[in-house]
Design a protein around this ligand. Structure first.
Ligand code: PXL
Length: 267
């Protein structure tokens, strides 16, 4: 199995490709990367970070790959550095995804009900058009709101289902508890333990592990259950071990129990 992760390289802060590559490789698949930008750190909570957009380089990389005849079983796209890159990713899907391949879009836009630095409504509008090409999208609560304009999760799921067959809202905080809302022949809700506050990089651990489960053939509900468990264990470990949440999840030593589950059910 061969996967392509399209995401930035934030050199410090454990998110994007520094998470996708180890997690997907551990899932037992080849993980190639298409970097969208190079940053000294991610943009969440750090000041003075460097940012180099790789728009031109992405085109050249893909033109070279064309000569190699590469095709992917799954393409997972995450943080994109410009509106032009969003359109380019649609092109990458057309050029490199196998006929029955899986396209997973993490519509990275924001957290805590605000946009990440550099993103705005026009960017969200364009991201909506990328979601329309996906098989699975994995917005967090904030991104679900930014994409649909509603904080009601059933309504948001319905709107997202009009875009893509399997939207997954990764952390929905409701008066009845904390859930993953997802569409699989109608609305489904997976109860998950509540974690106070938000954890930087958790969405990237989630999207990477989820992509790994899907490409190894797990059905959606099971993929979500294993992924949610992995993220929860990683968050609990992070609460104990990492005082500064900007530095991401200590997921590394939780990979083994996750993989034991994955290998039990995967094909
Ligand atoms: O984890 C999402 C993410 C990815 N990449 C970059 C980011 C963020 C969130 O802040 O800044 C560069």
């Amino acid at each position: 199995m061969r996967v392509l992760a399209i995401n930035d390289i934030s050199c410090v802060g454990k998110c994007s490709l520094t998470v996708a590559l180890p997690v997907l490789s551990a899932c037992g698949v080849t993980c190639d990367i298409l970097p969208t930008a190079l940053l000294s750190t991610h943009t969440g909570g750090f000041t003075g970070y460097t940012f180099l957009g790789l728009d031109d380089e992405m085109q050249k990389i893909c033109d070279h790959w064309e000569t190699l005849g590469l095709r992917y079983d799954l393409i997972y796209s995450g943080y994109l550095g410009s509106r032009a890159q969003i359109d380019f990713v649609k092109d990458v899907k057309r050029r490199f995804l196998k006929e029955n391949g899986i396209f997973v879009v993490d519509p990275v836009l924001g957290d805590n009900f605000t946009f990440y630095k550099g993103f705005d409504e026009a960017f969200a509008e364009q991201m909506r058009s990328l979601c329309a090409e996906a098989d699975y999208i994995v917005p967090n609560e904030t991104e679900s709101y930014l994409l649909t304009g509603t904080r009601d999760f059933s309504e948001a799921l319905e709107k997202l289902s009009a875009l893509c067959p399997h939207p997954v809202i990764t952390g929905a905080d409701t008066k009845d508890g904390y859930f993953i809302y997802y569409a699989d022949g109608g609305e489904q809700k997976l109860p998950i333990p509540r974690c106070d506050g938000s954890y930087h990089g958790a969405g990237d651990v989630f999207a990477s592990a989820f992509s790994g489960c899907l490409v190894r053939g797990l059905p959606l509900g099971q993929a979500l259950s294993l992924t949610a468990d992995f993220c929860y264990r990683s968050i609990v470990r992070t609460q104990k071990e990492v005082p500064d949440r900007r530095y991401g999840l200590n997921y590394e030593r939780e990979i083994l129990p996750f993989l034991e589950q994955l290998e039990k059910y995967a094909r």
